[in-house]
Design a protein around this ligand. Sequence first.
Ligand code: SF4
Length: 228
Amino acid sequence: MPVDLFFPVWYTGGMIITVTEIFRSIQGETTTAGHPSVFVRCTGCNLDCTYCDTRYAREGGTPMEIEAVLAEIEGHAPFDHVTITGGEPLIQAGSIQLAKEILERGWRCQVETNGSILIKDLPEQARKIVDVKTPSSGEDDSFEMRNLKYMTDRDEIKFVISNAVDYEFSKDFIAKYLTKKGTVINFSPAAGAIPARELAERILDDRLPVRLNLQLHRIIFGPEQRGR
Ligand code: SF4
């Protein structure tokens, strides 16, 4: 079910965010694919997708002051792009604050979210990459429909597709809700589940207004390594 509650953690020194890792890599997905980015992987998630490839980020992590996260990001300079990812960043109120601070420092900010939590408190200038979970995830009732109202042409939707059922689900969703939006729509073949070529051929045959979203970072670094 959709969740629109944050679980803020505060203490007297300032806002805290629990982080699994901060690293520099090549953005592997969406229209910024290929662009170097500093990644902040937030800990925890409110969903449990069957194909989750970041289970290590669901628990543990290091509670950090936002200022400390920013200092660590700064240590990767020069760069101009920061990606806030997870887990699910929006279960922590600190992710909103972090996005604002990143933008205030003049860096571009991309936030990757699973789509189940309202995005309305994120700054408009942040590029939101919003998943719509498909049936093979086991979480296909999780999408927060109100998010469509808050998405701008800067933002992007992403469907991870494992099979024909996921494909038809995504196609139906586009026909019902996305035909009048200018939002970029990404179709990602789930790793090891459906060949990219098969998905590409379906997209071409159906003349769908979507982009094939390959995980460039996996092609470059493999499934285990994330970057530098
Ligand atoms: S939303 Fe993302 S991090 Fe959470 S379980 Fe699904 S794939 Fe994993």
